[in-house]
Ligand binder design. Structure first.
Ligand SMILES: NC(=O)C1=CN([C@@H]2O[C@H](COP(=O)(O)OP(=O)(O)OC[C@H]3O[C@@H](n4cnc5c(N)ncnc54)[C@H](O)[C@@H]3O)[C@@H](O)[C@H]2O)C=CC1
Ligand SMILES: O=C([O-])CC(=O)C(=O)O
Length: 313
């Protein structure tokens, strides 16, 4: 299995490292626009192989997409991260240009690839990659839900003083303040979380999860990478090993949840064909309302992208 990761920065290099040391792919190609940057990161990861004992080959290139030819999965992390005081949506004009040009190159050399978008604003960059690639929606998806649920699970594990391994959760909607955590679908070793935690603490955890990315941007001056890079690698693993894992993933909705033509995080089954199935949960009225707010927000930002593209045309 060959996997390309575009963008050898914080998230891209972390993802490539996880793909290599967990031997998720046989070959990982890292691509960056900065001369020598991807080459250096790939060489460093390869030199770690004798220490961590793996044989995944890691190769770095500066903008040479011919080396990515025949990739089974491509992860797009190229683009600016936000700085304190910015929203993810503030990145749209710069990152849309980057994601769209990267996608053109990817599809040229790997027409059969499955594309996982990580660049922000996530839902709208998934839209950008999808319309540029012209691939079926099952093969162009965005990573955010695994990260957002991981934050939620980590905060719950801390509050309950239990292993994060035993916390199962799902959330939906856009990757931003309007994300929709679903405490009703959160369990701890099979026990509904609401039986173990008081409402006030749970609400505080939900709010902290919504601001999870911003909390890290404030602390570090740039956004997170360990959890995001690992989350993207986990999606790659589900695809290349045909694991049929159930994850929240950003995908174009075509009627599911009563939504058409908007890219939102929903639970899916992820396997060798990409999105094997979108799972439709029964939402209550409050949850439906939260999802509708999220849909409205993502739709607005999609329209902003349409305007940017129309102005360029
Ligand atoms: N979906 C999610 O949950 C998350 C998304 N992100 C997003 O991922 C993106 C990357 O974040 P970081 O890795 O922290 O940023 P970074 O600045 O460390 O790395 C980005 C890399 O992209 C490269 N790049 C820029 N234009 C390029 C092009 N045309 N072709 C190839 N490479 C290009 C840059 O040279 C840089 O090395 C950001 O947009 C960030 O907001 C970050 C964390 C979580
Ligand atoms: O917060 C950001 O800008 C990066 C991101 O999407 C996250 O860490 O959730």
């Amino acid at each position: 299995m060959k996997v390309t990761v575009v963008g050898a920065g914080n998230v891209g290099a972390t993802c490539a490292d996880v793909l290599a040391y967990r031997e998720i792919a046989n070959e990982v190609v890292l691509v960056d626009i900065k001369e020598g940057f991807a080459e250096g990161k790939a060489l460093d990861i390869w030199q770690k192989a004798p220490i961590n004992l793996y044989d995944t080959r890691t190769v770095g290139v500066t903008n040479d997409y011919s080396k990515t030819a025949g990739s089974d999965v491509v992860v797009i992390t190229s683009g600016l991260p936000r700085k304190p005081g910015m929203t993810r949506d503030d990145l749209i004009s710069t990152n849309a240009g980057i994601v769209q040009s990267v996608t053109e190159n990817i599809v040229k050399y790997s027409p059969d690839a499955i594309i996982i978008v990580v660049s922000n604003p996530l839902d709208v960059m998934t839209y950008a990659a999808h319309i540029t690639s012209k691939l079926p929606r099952t093969r162009v998806m965005g990573m955010a839900g695994i990260l957002d649920t991981a934050r939620y699970r980590a905060f719950l594990a801390e509050a309950l003083n239990v292993s994060p391994k035993d916390i199962q959760a799902v959330l939906m909607g856009g990757h931003g303040d309007t994300m929709v955590p679903l405490p009703r679908y959160t369990t701890v070793g099979g026990i509904p979380v609401t039986e173990l935690i008081d409402e006030e603490t749970l609400n505080a955890i939900v709010e902290r999860t919504k601001n999870g990315g911003g909390e890290l941007v404030k602390l570090m001056g740039t956004s997170a990478w360990y959890a995001p890079g690992s989350a993207a690698a986990q999606m790659v693993e589900a695809i290349v090993r045909d694991q049929r894992r159930v994850f929240p993933v950003c995908v174009k909705l075509e009627g599911e949840y009563g939504i058409d033509g908007v890219y939102l995080g929903v639970p899916v089954i992820l396997g060798k064909n990409g999105i094997e199935k979108i799972i439709e949960l029964q939402l209550n009225e409050d949850e439906k309302q939260l999802l509708e707010t999220s849909r409205g927000h993502v739709k607005e930002v999609m329209e902003a992208l349409d305007n940017i593209n129309a102005a360029k045309a």
